[in-house]
Write a protein of this length. Sequence first.
Length: 273
Amino acid sequence: MISNNHNYVHGYSPVEGFRLADQARTLASLLHHGIRFEKGARVLEAGCGIGAQTILLAGNSPGARITSMDISKESLREAQKRVIRAGFTNVVFQEGDITHTSFERGSFDHIFLCFVLEHLVHPLATLAHLTSLLVPGGTITVIEGDHGSTVFYPHSDAARETIRVLIDMQAEKGGNALIGRELYPLLSQAGLADLSVEPLIVYVDATRPDLVDGFIEKTFTAMVAGVEGEAVSSGRISQERWDEGLKGLRRTKEKDGTFCYTFFRAFGSVPLQ
Ligand SMILES: C[S@@+](CC[C@H](N)C(=O)[O-])C[C@H]1O[C@@H](n2cnc3c(N)ncnc32)[C@H](O)[C@@H]1O
């Protein structure tokens, strides 16, 4: 029976669902610019979660036929509600494990993954499997973060420690919070051609109050805060140090603070025979 991915460091709480929605809204123009699929194209969204990216894909490519897959039944239920609420009719949902689907070879023209490879134990094998589902000339788009790219002012050792704890927890579950920098070799080893990787930088200071709230607070700090229970109860860090770290992250939201993070967006296509 398929169930939630228990290696998934962020978990499936309603709070995490809100965070994914805030994150997608805040980063929509940065991450989705230029992603448009042609009328009639068969698109697989692998690891759709609660549908935060799905509604952006469906809205930007109204003529595409999107299949959105996730291993979590609860997330899919939420995603379906979101898509219906937004009024889109070009998405179907499928519960399944994207590491070994039962789709036939050549079932899709395009595949889209966002913030998913970082949680997989075998990202390369999954990319190779997903690539086999594409027609020759089909494309794959992968978006991932890289927590090692985080820089901020003022400096806080405690804040850096909380980020390090999250990176370590994810690694212990077989994931990789530093995977953004590896997208080029991963796509290349999966046999994709015409590769291009773009670093997409989010830079925040007081001149961007929307990002101070939407990115520093509701995306990044909320993501770190979300693992507090396990981080502290496992003894990786004391409660006091953790609190100090979150305070340090939030300190960057003040008038003189700055915050910078890099996402990586990679495109590749299946070579024509
Ligand atoms: C960080 S969320 C990202 C969701 C969505 N792409 C977004 O950006 O909002 C990662 C999602 O990948 C899903 N996932 C993890 N491993 C999976 C697997 N093996 N098969 C299918 N979905 C998986 C999780 O259930 C979760 O919903």
